[in-house]
Design a protein around this ligand. Structure first.
Ligand SMILES: NC(=O)c1ccc[n+]([C@@H]2O[C@H](COP(=O)([O-])OP(=O)(O)OC[C@H]3O[C@@H](n4cnc5c(N)ncnc54)[C@H](O)[C@@H]3O)[C@@H](O)[C@H]2O)c1
Length: 329
């Protein structure tokens, strides 16, 4: 067996716990250090998963022996920590959306590129067999239109960062980024967006400054067009998500989290592998062990491209005009 990969975390909230539960089951991983500005969260995570607790990432980088760091931070909290990690040669897994504003993301992407570390963004949907099948099926098809909705409720309670526009960037940027990323993965780059949004229903919710409805038009590099709608007004349930691709041959490929279907039935066949798919954590650890970035389906630079689309969409709704999505190299 190869040396265990020594992992640290910056941010030990909800999604960090989900990764940590997976990582402690992997025998080639050691949880070395866990950092959260909320000391009680850092300590609670150490009690559960082991390692050393920190409240300052710099102290963790200086004091702990690490190979890789998971950044499980809210969108507004991404900063120079990722740059610092990359400059120290630490491999990075960064949760989506990777930033709230593009400039920070571009600086982080440059540091990652320069250091040559393995980078991975938390778009775990890309690792499913359904995503693989949909992408493989669509890659040589002409796509006419992509139509997507992601509707749901509000994440967290009244003091949660998710419902605050300056902290989360809103539902498209924060949550429907999974759908947006999958659309990019399956249908290629989006070059222009135009978003309108509203706040009609969640006006009765405390401290809620994100739009409760967003509709975004998408212009693809390929010539295809599309749209995404989001809603956070369904706080009593009844939400859901689906993406439809209308393709050459005059039928629809319907994609949701667990399934890919052709409508009308029989117009084509999509083969979904039934083998066990590698999880994002397994892919990240294996990429580090083999120094092989190619097993990662969303690098930092690629994840930044998904964030750039929703950042441009938010700019578009503020300015009331279509906005070109900045090219990220
Ligand atoms: N891939 C997925 O399916 C998925 C699911 C849930 C959340 N997420 C993403 O993960 C990110 C975090 O979400 P969450 O639900 O875990 O949030 P959370 O609020 O539960 O946890 C975030 C933690 O980061 C800590 N933190 C903030 N600034 C810090 C800093 N500078 N240094 C150290 N710790 C700091 C907070 O104290 C908190 O404990 C979000 O961007 C979210 O979109 C992804």
């Amino acid at each position: 067996m190869s040396q265990p990969v020594k992992v640290g975390f910056v941010g030990t909230g909800g999604i960090a716990n989900s990764h940590l539960r997976n990582l402690v089951e992997m025998e080639d991983v050691r949880i070395a250090a866990l950092c959260d500005i909320d000391e009680s969260r850092a300590n609670a995570a150490v009690e559960r998963y082991g390692g050393q607790a920190y409240t300052d990432y710099r102290e963790m980088f200086d004091g702990a022996d690490l190979d890789a760091v998971y950044f499980c931070l809210p969108p507004f909290a991404h900063s120079d920590a990722e740059i610092d990690a990359a400059e120290r040669g630490l491999h990075l897994l960064v949760q989506k959306p990777v930033v709230l504003e593009l400039e920070t993301g571009i600086r982080i992407a440059e540091a990652v590129e320069k250091s040559g570390v393995i980078s991975c963004v938390g778009y775990q949907g890309r690792y499913s067999n359904v995503a693989t099948a949909a992408r493989d099926f669509l890659k040589d098809k002409t796509i006419g239109m992509v139509a997507c909705h992601r509707w749901g409720g509000i994440a967290g309670g009244p003091s949660h960062w998710w419902r605050v526009m300056d902290k989360s960037g809103g539902m498209l940027h924060e949550q429907a980024t999974h759908q947006l990323d999958m659309i990019r993965y399956a249908a290629g780059e989006i070059v222009e967006v135009y978003k309108i949004d509203a706040m009609q229903i969640n006006v009765d919710q405390e401290n809620h400054t994100i739009p409760d409805a967003e509709v975004v038009t998408l212009q693809f590099e390929s010539g295809a067009v599309g749209y995404i709608s989001t809603s956070s007004a369904l706080i009593n349930g009844g939400g859901g998500s689906r993406t439809d691709f209308i393709v050459q041959g005059h039928y629809t490929v319907q994609l949701d989290r667990g399934d890919v279907r052709i409508v009308p039935e029989g117009a084509a066949t999509v083969d979904v592998p039934d083998s066990r798919a590698q999880s994002i954590d397994e892919a990240f650890i294996s990429a580090i062990q083999t120094s092989d970035q190619s097993v990662i389906r969303s690098s930092y630079a690629d994840g930044l491209k998904s964030a750039a689309v929703s950042i441009a969409a938010n700019q578009s709704s503020r300015e009331g005009r279509p906005v070109r999505v900045p090219a990220i190299s």
